[in-house]
Write a protein that binds this ligand. Structure first.
Ligand code: HEM
Length: 498
């Protein structure tokens, strides 16, 4: 009965939302009249462009980027217009305060994090500062454990016998490895190997995006009620808490017992949260760990799946990369210092990120005030803005021969221009927007880069890989996002002369 009631209210809300959106978009369009648009014209035409954007966003954005050069333009999506900015506007985004251009206000519409993660996690997001400080500064301590987890996770997930070539789905395979590797640093061993915990975290992204979409159909005042039916937040948190509870109890006991003298105290995110002393509830800590996994797992898996596919499609680079890893890791072991010296590996990873990309429209923000950009473009309060990331990453005025995959591109740029930091994997600037930029720049990027390098170097060293009989595109566009193609497969074989 409850379900029937919910379905019929969902239908009513859906229809009302559609009407409200039409009215909102028409009035919003008038406020943005001074900004040129891309695609078909008129109210119906703009909906047609919005529908085409669901599968063809990179092409539509590119059309605007080519036509309007450095100027802003707007494109419609189903709910509202998006003002698309160029490289020259990125400094305006960097300078703007959170009260002017907000990342959280922009994603609130898609994810409704207060309801999908829990209000306390959002109101006191102290885990962000742990990401920026402990997680980033403790990489040296974390590297050996994460490396160990990657080896074990790949072994188990691939399950290869001697000399066997196996055709594996790239994304599905790497998702499990990334989730285990990340969780080695988030919750430690042995929970990072618990299949139920890993499954919970791997399914998280799809579940939250789906729930966020349903909630986005409801007006704000109905959200608390709608969330009770449309989200499984409480179940997820309780599920996670069942795993964490005994670990937390044990750790609190030891903290009490040994205090500062706890010698083998775990170096993981859960422990850093406990050290913060703000919360000990298994429910709250589970919700926080789920929020961290949401930010970390899907993003890193997609990037790594794209990279691995690029390597299988360009096998001539395997040997030189292998020689680099053999020389450096052979001498320094799996350490942070060794990872910093893997210049070919780093350049390959960054080029794969540039070439494939993660968004045709990146750097999502919402204007919380009227603002005027430095080129005089007026952006009224409430407007959604984005940057044409993929088009910038493929602009011949910025990157020589941008549509060629050149794995040593960033290494060569570094050698030519002598600026070692500008071309690092973690570097962000108006030409390198894969990790975002400004106030919301990805705080997990140092950890992500470490995981990517470890996984890539380990695969190069221990596995042979090639494309199978069928070739795929490495990535697909879903609305403004670019993600790894979940159908893509590669052939892998364990190397015997390791
Ligand atoms: C290759 C992997 C990753 C990519 C490509 C990536 C990319 C991004 C991007 C594009 C943003 C939005 C930035 C903006 O709009 O300016 C972001 C935000 C964020 N990322 Fe990542 N990310 C990755 C891995 C991670 C990892 C491993 C973590 C955590 C350990 C993480 C935590 C976060 C968080 C918490 C935010 C939100 C920041 C805020 O609200 O201010 N990310 N990431």
């Amino acid at each position: 009965m409850g379900d029937i009631l919910f379905s019929s209210s969902l239908l009513c809300v859906g229809v009302s939302a559609l009407v409200a959106v039409c009215v909102y978009r028409t009035s919003e369009s008038r406020n943005l009249n001074h900004i040129p648009s891309v695609g078909s014209f008129g109210p119906l035409g703009s909906y047609w462009t919005a529908i085409k954007s669901l599968t063809n966003s990179p092409k539509i954005v590119q059309e605007g980027y080519n036509k309007y050069k450095a100027a802003a333009f707007k494109i419609p999506n189903l709910g509202h217009w998006v003002v698309v900015l160029n490289r020259d506007h990125v400094d305006d985004i960097i300078r703007a305060s959170d009260k002017e251009l907000s990342f959280h206000a922009a994603i609130d519409d898609y994810v409704r994090p207060v309801y999908t993660f829990g209000r306390q996690i959002i109101d006191d997001a102290y885990h962000y500062s742990i990401m920026k400080s402990q997680l980033t500064h403790n990489l040296s301590a974390v590297v050996p454990d994460v490396a160990d987890e990657i080896v074990a996770a790949l072994d188990e997930t691939l399950d290869l016998t001697e000399n066997e070539w196996k055709c594996v789905p790239v994304l599905k395979t790497v998702e499990k490895v990334v989730c285990r590797a990340g969780n080695r640093a988030f919750v430690g061993y042995p929970l990072c190997r618990d299949s139920d915990w890993i499954e919970l975290n791997m399914q998280l992204t799809n579940a939250i995006i789906k729930e966020g979409f349903i909630l986005s159909l409801f007006p704000k005042f109905m959200l608390p009620l709608a969330a009770r039916f449309a989200t499984k937040t409480t179940n997820r948190v309780k599920h996670g808490a069942r795993h964490l509870s005994p670990i937390i109890t044990e750790r609190l006991k030891r903290m009490e017992e040994y205090g500062e003298k706890w010698n083998d105290k775990p170096d993981d995110f859960l422990q850093w949260c406990l050290d913060e002393g703000k919360e000990t509830s298994a429910d709250l800590l589970a919700a926080r760990m789920l929020a961290i996994n949401f930010a970390a797992t899907h993003t890193t898996s997609n990037t790594f799946a794209q990279t691995l596919y690029c390597l299988a499609a360009n096998p001539q680079y395997i040997q030189p990369l292998r020689e680099e890893v053999q020389t450096i890791v052979g001498k320094d072991g799996w350490t942070k210092e060794a990872l910093a010296k893997l210049r070919k590996v780093e350049s390959f990873l960054k080029e794969a990120q540039r070439f494939e990309g993660n968004a045709s429209l990146g750097i999502k923000r919402r204007a919380l005030k009227d603002i005027t950009l430095s080129d005089g473009t007026f952006v009224p309060k409430g407007t959604y803005i984005c940057v044409a990331s993929h088009a910038i990453h493929h602009d011949p005025r910025i990157y020589e021969d941008p549509d060629t995959f050149d794995p040593y591109r960033y290494m060569k740029l570094q050698e030519k221009q002598g600026d070692s930091s500008r071309y690092q994997l973690v570097a962000v600037n108006p030409e390198s927007l894969m990790f975002g930029i400004g106030k919301a720049v990805c705080p997990g990027r140092f950890f992500a880069a470490m995981m990517l390098k470890l996984m890539f170097a380990h695969i190069i060293l221990s596995y042979d890989l090639k494309l199978g009989d069928i070739s795929y595109s490495a990535s697909v566009g879903i609305g403004p996002a670019i993600v790894a193609n979940s159908s893509a497969k590669v052939m892998l074989r364990r190397r015997s002369d390791e």
